[in-house]
Design a binder for this molecule. Structure first.
Ligand SMILES: [Zn+2]
Length: 462
């Protein structure tokens, strides 16, 4: 028989108690840890104001385990309505896209709350009373902003620009619409007044609707027509003979990546179509950098001693070895004077583009504010850099033949939110008085230095 000494027996009991205490402590800590693991985390882009239809996304994430159930409710007074719920399989992260439609759900304008109810499947020793995992206060607003067209350019032409002044109360945005194009307006003058330029593309179909739409923070929108009369305008056509000398000079420069056995004329078509299209898209991107206030002063200036030898919106047929190979529209003025002539800024502004731009070669774009910009192409050298503030007449660079240009000249464009319009209107002090400062003054806005002065009367002959 084994005789256990007394001392060893005591040791055994002490050890056993110790083990039990440790096991108990471990179990209690484990349960405390289980209980302390946070529940689901909710993020939601609930806006300050909810309109007729407000889309948003609710994201529910489980810290441990998976999201078992989730529902979104809208609450106002004693009324609580389920908007959406998730009853599918549990998952660590749940995205609930939904649309709040307060009218359909029978809510009224005023304060309301979006509640997210959700729970995970993580086991905890004790689960308290169910309550919302997150609440988001908001305000239901179903009333569109007031909108009145205070003034507009009375007569507009294809390939031209127009201006609209609206009173739009608490609207956070108002856009002029020309067919499918939209042009933003900017706050200017008295509270609630907004001003915007719009462009009529040269190929705008007659009868295209002109309107302005204002929206408040809740997304409530209202639309009014722009009372402007569209007059007809015809554009010239021209034929350009594409020579081998031109192809040899330009295609390798503008398309260095082309396959070596590709005929030059095919490379020319890629440049004339794809690179032209890219440049058009780049103009729209640069337009977004416009200042939200006017920077220009009076009429725009034509460079001294220049002659327009190629017109705006001229349809050009390209011929090579006796056959027509392409048709494109020229959306600016070509101005010729001497070689490497000084290219002045047409008006006061800020340089928003300075560098090569496909067919335009070395290019400068100057922003004059409110979406109005001027473009200078084919430059041999550039004297300004991105972000430079420039004065009217300040040298931007020298004329040249970079890009798709045969001889030294300046390609000059006026852009309204990236859409080319005829430069002739902006060289004409009377046009600016009648069509720009006129509507501004009619709407009670102080035009100050925007109005062409007596010196500008000469207009384009400068
Ligand atoms: Zn040109």
């Amino acid at each position: 028989m084994l005789v256990v000494p007394r001392r060893s027996r005591t040791k055994f009991w002490v050890l056993l108690v110790l083990v039990l205490v440790v096991a108990l402590l471990a179990s209690v800590s484990y349960l405390i840890w289980r209980q302390s693991v946070p529940g689901v985390r909710v993020t939601a882009s609930v806006p300050r104001f909810v309109g007729q239809k407000t889309p948003l996304t609710v994201v529910v994430e489980a810290a441990r385990g998976r999201v078992a159930t989730a529902s979104v409710r809208m609450v106002q007074g004693g009324k609580s309505i389920a908007i959406t719920r998730h009853d599918g399989a549990a998952m660590p992260r749940l995205e609930l896209p939904l649309t709040l439609e307060p009218t359909a759900a029978g809510f009224r304008e005023g304060g309301a709350t979006v509640e997210v109810w959700a729970r995970d499947d993580f086991w905890r020793p004790w689960r308290g009373q169910e309550r919302a995992a997150a609440t988001f206060p908001t305000t239901i607003d179903l009333t569109p902003p007031p909108l009145e067209v205070a003034a507009a350019t009375p007569y507009i032409l294809p390939g031209g620009a127009g201006l609209v002044v609206v009173r739009a109360g608490d609207a956070v945005r108002a856009d002029a619409r020309v067919g499918s194009l939209t042009f933003p307006t900017f706050p200017m003058g008295p509270q609630g007044t907004r001003v915007g330029f719009f462009a009529l593309p040269y190929d705008i179909p007659s009868g295209t609707s002109l309107s302005v739409t204002a929206a408040d923070e809740a997304g409530n929108a209202v639309t009014r027509g722009i009372p402007a009369e569209m007059l007809p305008r015809r554009f010239r056509r021209d034929t350009i003979e594409v020579s081998d000398a031109f192809l040899n000079a330009k295609v390798p420069e503008l398309l260095p990546q082309r396959p070596p056995n590709q005929p030059l004329v095919e490379g020319f078509l890629v440049i004339n179509r794809d690179q032209r299209k890219f440049a058009e898209e780049e103009k729209r991107r640069v337009a977004l950098k416009t200042a939200d206030k006017p920077l220009w002063e009076g009429a725009f200036v034509q460079p001294r001693n220049t002659k327009v030898f190629s017109n705006f919106a001229e349809a050009r047929t390209y011929r090579y070895q006796g056959r027509e190979i392409d048709t494109q529209v020229h959306v600016g003025f070509d101005l010729a004077s001497t070689k490497q002539a000084v290219v002045p800024a047409a008006n006061k502004g800020v340089v928003v583009y300075a560098g090569p731009l496909t067919i335009y070669g070395n290019t400068v774009i100057v922003d004059h504010g409110l979406g109005l910009q001027t473009l200078y192409g084919h430059l041999s050298s550039v004297a300004v850099k991105l972000g430079d503030a420039v004065a009217k007449g300040q040298e931007l660079g020298r004329s040249g033949a970079t890009g798709l240009a045969l001889g030294d000249h300046l390609h000059y464009e006026v852009l309204v939110h990236g859409v080319s319009v005829t430069p002739i209107e902006w060289w004409d002090a009377k046009w600016i008085r009648d069509r720009v400062s006129g509507p501004l003054k009619a709407a009670g806005i102080d035009v100050g230095s925007l109005e062409p002065s007596g010196e500008d009367r000469a207009g384009r002959s400068r």
